[in-house]
Write a protein that binds this ligand. Structure first.
Ligand code: GAL
Length: 666
């Protein structure tokens, strides 16, 4: 396997973050540069929120400050990821184009004074955004410091859907392309229900707040449209840059955190995938949540290395309780992203701010300055990242996948589902954690993707499955792949419509069963299974049509009916789990499926273990999240300490090792 570098000529993993010198007096910039060099910073993102500075009046540009910053960075041999500032149009823009403001579902136009309040479908916004993007590209295309373009910032947050007039007009056009005729739309949306039939395209509005539950197919299409409208904003800027500039172009995703854009579609449009990730600081074992986001990002990148565009050195400022990272935690976090494929480890932000809404956010250069543990950790991390140079371009292999489909999530989250406790995200987290604890590296996949490289695919609560995806899953099992679904999967198709016949219409033959009725549980209710497991939230009244019952409900509304089933299908099997089980019960289910699929695994305790491979060498990342020394079995050179380790040497508590293991032939 050939390794590659994503910036031509740069042989190390990039280290740095968002840099906002425009928020500081000029004399601080020199100090910033000195400190960045001390910490080994070699890539910064600049200009993300600089529109008002770069274009103080419409069509009047002033690049003097940006020029100076770019030159300063270049002289210090720090590469530049140059942003288009289009996440935050200036005050003059909104005064001139008040209708370009995003409008909420309840009809409130958002006010200037924050960020990200523009309607993605506003023609004036699109015009202004591509104009400034083109200007920047023209000016800096040839600059040797500029190695990457950073379009906008985190599309989809804080505003995904806008209910302004331009959005409604664009939605109607989008619908006309999606549904060949008004009759087709009426059929797809089931508008004979509650007398919602449309007689003309102009009658269709965005699904604003209404009397009670809105038409779910209408809402789902609006979510699809809104994600597509944002993507058009990105591609318009990207194409405007591409006319002038040769460098790779990206935008920072929030994979796993922003539920409102379908990143499978976006990933094909960027030159390299970039992601922002923030821990849910209060959540126990939040390093597993981090691993999940990193695996999802690598999956979006189709296995290629990706950029960790933002994470935090310590506390953020926007969670209910902004818990600081303890000694060693930032290092473990950063290196866990690298373990799962990141070839750049960047932070929000370089220097902690003194003004504005984010002044309590941590940074590489903390408010406490150089005489602080945090600064010493920043410098040490810079050295660690530099020591990982050999890892650049290497890949992570996964034999197991979890199905992930934003459209299914959107649909399941609409109103009036059989239980308020249904939560696909919680189930995916639970399944992912069970696999993580067994040391199984996981990819995420869209259900209609090529699954042939996986031995097993888990689909926890995959509510909406399109017809093509259902066929793809059947074909996967027929050819020898093992599948495992949990409850409330395969219930509806494209337009949130239930296929004729018993549930789960999309999966009946694959699972070898039908569900006569959903039997959701009461709040706090627990049910027992014949294998000793305890279920919550859900049960089904299942009738077997070829599958075997592996465990049955011992009590509760489904008493006596199957709770865990296995169906032989083609060359493989498809499992179904009809309730929410946790802890050791879920571990047992997951290991049963892994064994059935012939997947080898070994429990890892607290020592996260991931392998990045390149030609002739395996780089074994071992990250000890626990309080005791643990995990061994690998011998080779530890890139971080520069010393050899033997197979019987455990990883010290809280520490990280990256052991280069040469192949026999290597
Ligand atoms: C990100 C955003 C940054 C900064 C950061 C704070 O979502 O892109 O600009 O706001 O959060 O954690």
């Amino acid at each position: 396997m050939m390794t590659s570098t994503w910036i031509p000529g740069r042989q190390t993993i990039r280290f740095g973050g968002d840099y906002n010198p425009e928020q500081w007096p000029r004399e601080v910039w020199d100090e910033d540069i000195r400190l960045m060099r001390e910490a080994g910073v070699n890539l910064v993102s600049i200009g993300i929120f600089s529109w008002a500075l770069l274009e103080p009046e419409e069509g009047v540009y002033d690049f003097s400050v940006l020029d100076e910053i770019v030159e300063l960075l270049h002289a210090a041999r720090i590469d530049v990821d140059l942003a288009t500032p289009t996440a935050s149009p200036p005050a003059w823009f909104y005064r001139k184009y008040p209708h370009a403001r995003a409008v909420t579902r309840d009809g409130i136009p958002l006010a200037f004074g924050s960020r990200g309040i523009v309607s993605p479908s506003s023609p004036e916004y699109r015009q202004a955004a591509t104009a400034i993007a083109a200007r920047l590209a023209k000016r800096y295309a040839e600059h040797p410091a500029v190695v990457l373009w950073h379009v906008h910032n985190e599309y989809g947050t804080p505003v995904t859907e806008s209910y302004d007039d331009a959005s409604v007009g664009a939605f109607r056009q989008w619908l006309q392309q999606r549904h060949s005729s008004l009759d087709a739309l009426n059929a797809a949306w089931g508008t004979n229900f509650w007398g919602q039939r449309y007689g003309s395209w102009d009658e269709i509005d965005a699904p604003r707040t209404s009397g009670t539950a809105s038409n779910p197919a209408h809402r789902l299409d609006f979510q699809r449209f809104s994600s597509a409208a944002l993507l058009e904003c990105f591609t318009a800027e990207r194409d405007a840059i591409r006319e002038h500039a040769p460098q790779p172009i990206t935008t920072n995703f929030m994979a796993g955190m922003c539920p409102s854009v379908d990143l499978w579609k976006w990933a094909d449009e960027v030159d390299i995938v970039a992601n922002d990730h923030y821990l849910s600081a209060e959540q126990e074992n939040n390093h597993i949540q981090l691993s999940r986001a990193a695996d999802l990002t690598r999956s979006l990148a189709r296995g290629k290395p990706w950029i960790l565009m933002e994470h935090s050195t310590s506390a953020v400022n926007w969670q209910p309780r902004n818990i600081a990272k303890r000694p060693g935690e930032m290092r473990r976090n950063s290196l866990a992203h690298a373990a799962r494929g990141a070839d750049a480890v960047l932070f929000f932000q370089i220097r902690a701010g003194q003004r504005g809404a984010e002044k309590f956010h941590s940074a590489l250069i903390p408010q406490a300055g150089e005489a602080s543990r945090k600064w010493r950790e920043s410098v040490a991390l810079g050295a660690d990242v530099a020591a990982l140079a050999p890892v650049l371009g290497s890949r992570v292999d996964a034999r197991v996948a979890i199905a992930w489909d934003w459209e299914s999530f959107w649909a399941q989250d609409l109103d009036w589902r059989p239980s308020v406790d249904l939560d696909h995200r919680e189930r995916i987290e639970a399944f992912y954690a069970a696999l993580w604890h067994r040391g199984v590296t996981v990819d995420f996949v869209h259900p209609d993707a090529d699954l042939s490289s996986y031995d097993a695919v888990f689909a926890p609560s995959l509510y909406l499955i399109e017809d093509d995806a259902a066929e793809n899953l059947r074909e996967y099992a027929a050819q020898g792949g093992t599948l495992a679904f949990s409850y409330f999967s395969g219930i509806v198709s494209t337009n949130d419509n239930v296929p004729a016949g018993p549930y789960p219409g999309q999966l009946r033959d694959l699972l070898g069963l039908v569900i006569e009725e959903f039997l959701p549980l009461r709040a706090g209710e627990r049910v027992a299974l014949s294998d000793g497991s305890r279920g919550r939230i859900w049960s089904d009244d299942i009738e077997l049509r070829g599958a075997t019952s592996v465990a049955a409900f011992a009590d509760g509304p489904g008493a006596g009916r199957p709770a865990v089933t296995r169906n032989s299908f083609g060359k493989s099997s498809a499992w179904y789990l009809a309730t929410a089980i946790d802890g050791p019960d879920l571990d047992a289910f997951v290991t049963g499926v892994l064994d059935d699929a012939g997947v080898a695994y070994s429990p890892i305790g607290d020592v996260e273990t991931v392998v990045r491979r390149s030609e002739g060498v395996d780089y074994v990342f071992q990250i000890n999240h626990g309080a005791t020394d643990a995990g061994a079995g690998v011998s080779g050179l530890d890139l971080l300490s520069g010393t050899p380790v033997e197979a019987d040497q455990p990883v010290p508590a809280g520490s990280v090792r990256v052991v280069a293991v040469r192949d026999e032939q290597g």
